[in-house]
Ligand binder design. Structure first.
Ligand code: PMP
Length: 438
């Protein structure tokens, strides 16, 4: 297998004709030509275990999903202004996974578009403009979603924070002001949202919405502290605001114990936003709201979305839900995730560079630091680790505000053997790099 031959002309053409602010993973780019469940294959005959793609939720090119799509696209694909069984069947199936108060669905083609719509509906419902977000969050790439994403507007090429967007402190138990050992950290962090609401109120303003992921993704693979959302939602709802749960990354059985991330916090959002995994790679996302929000939004202006809710997307969505059920993937995510977390914690006992291991089910982060005391982020080291893991056949990535969190969120079919092998390779890499022992 020739690992050195370049992709010179492909890269050159891409650079010339494809939008340039798009990064390519890895020093030596991969040309992936085929996917099957948790595996990806390049054009040189190499096989990789995909440890990071949470979009191919039930597995790359899952045969049941592929067949359902193929069958439907050969029969009909049109817009939603005709009666069709698929859209209602899918809406009913989705709603069954949610608390009864969430009962009306809007289908879109991306998580960004869905978050954008969720904010629009909140503003319409509350007649308020101001939105509270978490620091470092990412909610998408439309103009409104970017305004709600400190990860974007505070970053390179960013723009000034809009006066109607307010950043609450990220509830980070490893690095934040209130840490694991702090009893009541959830309440303390919720206080940041309370303060914002009080400041708004003092300025005679209300809250349209509070939006956050129910485990933080781009924010650093961070599970929320106990009681955090319970308190935040009570403050926001008392102020008349809408609580939006962005489940685009973490929902749909990934966290194992529960189907939705918000269930880990024992709360009921007013709007839930779904994306990525629900179409298993097909562009499908959704906004699910209460009857009251839907009724208020039905204000005479039509909400029509050319592709949203089309029969192929709906069939795809239904088949993904069925596969999760038929293959018990939520339970599988729980068991595999527990095994993986256990192995990573054993590795943390050996190597001081692993400062923290956290997660639920198959949504896991390992934060790498140069010193456990100073928590200096081990950025160069983590990048080297990701490169070396790729060479050993495991695709990983990094995330977090300091770019030092190893991000693990594989397709849910990722199994115990994959987890064991991945951690064994990670140990090999740490050994090769002469990382300090605890
Ligand atoms: N919300 C979250 C939490 C996300 O991670 C993303 C995408 N990374 C989005 C929204 C936007 O979704 P999309 O890329 O499908 O527009």
């Amino acid at each position: 297998i020739d690992k050195t031959a370049g992709y010179g002309s492909l890269l050159k053409e891409r650079k010339k004709h494809i939008g340039r602010n798009l990064s390519i993973s890895y020093r030596q780019p991969l040309k992936i030509v085929k996917g099957a469940l948790q595996y990806l294959y390049d054009d040189r005959g190499n096989t990789f275990v995909d440890c990071v793609n949470n979009v191919s939720h039930v597995g790359h090119c899952h045969p049941t999903v592929v067949k359902a799509m193929q069958k439907q696209i050969a029969i009909l694909n049109t817009n939603t202004r005709y009666l069709n069984d698929n859209i209602t069947a899918y809406a009913k199936a989705l709603i069954q996974t949610l608390p009864p108060k969430l009962s009306v669905c809007y289908f879109t083609n991306s998580g960004s578009e869905a978050n954008d719509l969720a904010i629009r509906m909140s503003r319409h419902f509350t007649k308020q403009q101001d939105v509270i977000v978490l620091d470092h969050a990412y909610h998408g790439t439309t103009t409104v979603a970017m305004e709600m994403s400190p990860y974007k507007f505070d970053g390179k090429g960013g723009f000034a924070q809009k006066p109607y967007i307010h950043k609450a402190v990220s509830p980070d138990l490893y690095r934040g002001e209130f840490r694991y050992q702090h009893e009541d950290a959830g309440s303390k962090y919720a206080g940041s949202v309370k303060n914002i609401i009080e400041q708004l109120s003092a300025a005679d303003k209300g809250v349209a919405a509070f939006i956050c992921e129910t485990l933080l993704g781009v924010g650093g693979q961070i599970p929320l502290p106990a009681n955090y959302l319970k308190e935040v939602y009570s403050y926001v709802q008392a102020a008349g605001g809408i609580c939006i749960a962005d489940e685009v990354q973490v929902g749909f059985g990934r966290v194992g114990e529960r189907f939705w991330g918000f269930e880990l916090q024992d709360v009921e959002p007013d709007i839930v936003v779904l994306g990525k995994p629900i179409g298993n790679g097909h562009p499908l996302a959704a906004v699910i709201v209460t009857e009251e929000i839907a009724e208020r939004f039905n204000n005479g202006m039509e909400y029509f979305n050319t592709y949203g809710g089309n029969p192929v997307s709906m069939t795809t969505g239904l088949s993904v839900l069925n596969v999760i059920k038929d293959e018990s993937l939520q339970q599988h995510a729980k068991e595999t995730g527990e095994h993986l977390l256990h192995l990573l914690r054993l590795l943390m006992d050996k190597y001081s560079i692993i400062g923290d291991v956290r997660g639920h089910g198959l949504f896991i982060g390992a934060e790498l630091v140069r010193s456990r005391e100073t928590k200096e982020p081990a950025v160069q080291e983590i990048n080297e680790i990701v490169e070396r893991m790729k060479e050993k056949g495991f695709l990983l990535s990094t995330d977090g505000p300091l770019y030092n969190v190893l991000k693990i969120k594989p397709p849910l079919v990722f199994n115990r053997i994959d987890a064991t092998e991945m951690v064994a390779k990670l140990e090999e890499v740490l050994e090769e790099m002469n990382m300090d022992k605890v």
